[in-house]
Design a protein around this ligand. Sequence first.
Ligand SMILES: Nc1nc2c(c(=O)[nH]1)N[C@H]1C(S)=C(S)[C@@H](COP(=O)(O)OP(=O)(O)OC[C@H]3O[C@@H](n4cnc5c(=O)[nH]c(N)nc54)[C@H](O)[C@@H]3O)O[C@H]1N2
Ligand SMILES: Nc1nc2c(c(=O)[nH]1)N[C@H]1C(S)=C(S)[C@@H](COP(=O)(O)OP(=O)(O)OC[C@H]3O[C@@H](n4cnc5c(=O)[nH]c(N)nc54)[C@H](O)[C@@H]3O)O[C@H]1N2
Ligand code: SF4
Ligand SMILES: [Mo]
Length: 900
Amino acid sequence: MSVVGPAPGIRTTCAYCGVGCGVIARPDGRGGATISGDSEHPANFGRLCVKGAALGETVGAGERVLHPLINGTRTTWSRALDAVARGFGETLQAHGPDSVAFYLSGQLLTEDYYVANKLIKGFIGSAHCDTNSRLCMASTVAGQRRAFGADVVPACYEDIEEADLIILVGSNAAWCHPVLHQRMLAAQAGRGVRLINIDVRRTATSVDADLNLTLAPGTDAVLFSWLLVQICEGGGLDREYVARHTTGLGEALAQAKVIAPDLAEVARATGLDAADISTFVAWFMAHPRTLTCFSQGVNQSAQGTDKVNAILNCHLASGRIGKPGSGPLSLTGQPNAMGGREVGGLSNQLAAHMGFAPDDIARVERFWGSAHMARREGRKAVDLFDAVARGEIKALWILHTNPAVSMPRADFVRGSLGRLDHLVVSEAFAGVDGLLERAHVVLPASPWGEKDGTVTNSERRISRQRRFVEPQGEAKPDWWALSEVARRMGFAKAFPYQSAHEIFCEHAALSAFENDGSRAFNIGGLAGLSRAAYDGLAPVQWPLPAGKSPSGRMFAGGGFFTSDSRARLVAVASPALREPTTARFPLILNTGRVRDHWHTMTRTGLSARLSTHIREPFVAVAPEDAAALGLDSRAYARLRTAHASAVLRVEITPQQPQGQVFAPIHWNDATSGQGRVSALMGAHVDPLSGQPESKAAPARLEKIDMRSFGFLATRRHLSLPRWLVHARFAIAGGEGVVFACECPPADLYALIANYLPDSGQRATLRDEGAGRYRTLVTSRAAIETLLHIGPLRDDAALDMAIRHFAAPEHDSRLRRALLAGHAAEAVDQHGPVICVCNNVHAGSIRAHRAAGARDLASIGAACKAGTTCGSCRPEISVILAEPVAATIPIRQPEVSLESS
Ligand SMILES: Nc1nc2c(c(=O)[nH]1)N[C@H]1C(S)=C(S)[C@@H](COP(=O)(O)OP(=O)(O)OC[C@H]3O[C@@H](n4cnc5c(=O)[nH]c(N)nc54)[C@H](O)[C@@H]3O)O[C@H]1N2
Ligand SMILES: Nc1nc2c(c(=O)[nH]1)N[C@H]1C(S)=C(S)[C@@H](COP(=O)(O)OP(=O)(O)OC[C@H]3O[C@@H](n4cnc5c(=O)[nH]c(N)nc54)[C@H](O)[C@@H]3O)O[C@H]1N2
Ligand code: SF4
Ligand SMILES: [Mo]
């Protein structure tokens, strides 16, 4: 292992996805930092995606939890820690260990995670310690343990450059693992590697795929069962590998034939063209160097574990594993999803990849010197919060995740938190939705940039996250708070930690403790790191037993972690378990991510740059479904499931198959009104992994006739009522809010006007006849707040307001233009780019329509819009069908200036 020498700036690892890119942070001395890619990090070689590149905009920003709170009142750390320890101690005493739980996160650093897990499983004596990884990677963990005997990802990133065929399954890598996706595109451009994309809709990842398979939701196991049959019967079997290193092929194949008896049946079940299925099989057979990358379309499924094993079966049977360019590669979501699995953060794991077998329990107990060891598996996330709701779990500590937003049935989970006698929340940001106000004790956590430790990425590579700015307020690392509570609960001897370094060494030592090679996770080679070596640690892959060099690929020569060292091919169940649609809920709701936001947006929501791509929550609807419901591209709709409803802007897109809708998960009550999408999902879990189905819930859409629309650009944070459909986003110099209402514009104006600042100079424009209301509040020469309300959405006026808002001074011409909402910019820059091929904005199409172009052909002749790829043609048609009032120039405003 090498040690990183002195470098300009501080080397650390990106706070976001499981690609685990290396970044270099250069502190600016004012609490912030500039960020660049680390050209020496083997995950990204200097590249960053837009989220990583914008990290600097979020360091030191945002409203933080700065002090400990007890029942909402500021207190000292010492009182808060006493209260936490007392709460857990008393609950334990009165109701036993089964009444106590922790809920952790794949974004905790390994050191934080290790201490949390040790405290609850080794000393409190409860295994009710689960993590948001249950919602994320649990099916892959279960699938890999079933097949390999251990939770091991066999491939590594270099395989992207070695592969001839890359299959993406249930992964929108172009948006969710962008740097890896760029590596794939480079391999495609450079060496002609073929890309297959398997999803239930078209995404940004579909654009560059050589073959897109848009299958029916949940049917991946049918497709991979068919592939297994073809491998076995079409000459693709690696007989030697199967004979020497696997068992179970007979049963797995027999079951695959039941699920996928013939091509016609596979085509029927998956909804794919038979020819496309045959191409998929032919390409797999032709390319021994096949890499299969999979993510949440596989994991977050009521049949997730079987989907994983259906994929692993094909790689095992064809011997495509652990060799250059070939293997299954699970793309992990969170920056430390893997580290959490390594310390045993899941309730059915113990520590260092050990489970609850008696030998494992005894070994960990010996190593920890445990006072009260948990002896059986604990509750998995959905079950855990059900037990909270029933009052069985009475004391809960939540760290670095927000189950009030991200759990399925989030309304139920949020409500159930109120039943707890003792709720402790460790959180970095104030104002997170639904959590802090329910906590008895809030502990201020140091976020990315303020803390130190390690994370493990998708390819088993451990990298350091390093501190490069001072903590704000009284924020502390999570491991410190956990250790202090452990000491107060009487376990001082086992929790003597003064630094993340000491914890890491103990974790490394446990991985090697009595490990004769039967446990995959062994980083004994790092157990003796000095503080300086830990601080300088260069990214390194596990396994790394003492005295050995790190392993990249695994299992090319077998050596699985089962009793007979052989991998298991698994007979997977027929994938007919999902909650079906009904007459009441005829659509399938799929949920996921957008390119520039991260989960509940507590960090990406702080960046104006990251808020320009997609500003507000939406539901993507197929044109056929939209037509049937009478929805146009300016419509809003209520999206309803059996669990909750949300009101979302409708995005009509041919990328969405008929009968399915897609909505992003990011918005919640802190960033929107009526936009909390994860509350809509049911809690159907995979029977093996306990991972909930987040990709398919029966739903329906109801059109809403919005009569008024508007926006605010403001320097202050204005909290609008939650019933009002709105979304807020960062803009340079302040905050933007868009809203829509079923009431007439006059009523909406009367409501919003109440929220305007009452100081400053106010200019108001009213045009009662046209239903237009604008108010501009200025303070000295700068705009404080700009409000527009009218009968139509006016994105052009909003775009203009955003472009000019941050200016330190606004002269009277610009103020008038902002109030009028037009004329400052050339009209062809108004609105979103509709035709990306020819860079034509909506404003330009409207102008050509006003000048007489009335159909697609004449718009195309006038400005080329819609003439190249054609995918924008539906949007052009919608603009052509807008009510004519939309393009009537606004009359010269009657401006009345009032000061107050
Ligand atoms: N920009 C951004 N990047 C992120 C994150 C983020 O919040 N924002 N979060 C990170 C985290 S924690 C995670 S877990 C990852 C998630 O990364 P991904 O899994 O790539 O992202 P998702 O959008 O959740 O879902 C992926 C795709 O699965 C498809 N899908 C749904 N059902 C099925 C099905 O039955 N079969 C198949 N084959 N596909 C299906 C969806 O249509 C979707 O396009 O992203 C990580 N990266
Ligand atoms: N419907 C639906 N639901 C889903 C998904 C889906 O695709 N569809 N995806 C699921 C998946 S894969 C995931 S990973 C989850 C993600 O869901 P969550 O984990 O709930 O989302 P985050 O926004 O990442 O939450 C992290 C929290 O930690 C806080 N925080 C930041 N830094 C620190 C720190 O250093 N210490 C502490 N203690 N707190 C900190 C943040 O402010 C934030 O409140 O959502 C899951 N839920
Ligand atoms: S790809 Fe992931 S790890 Fe890399 S910069 Fe982007 S968000 Fe960060
Ligand atoms: Mo995730």
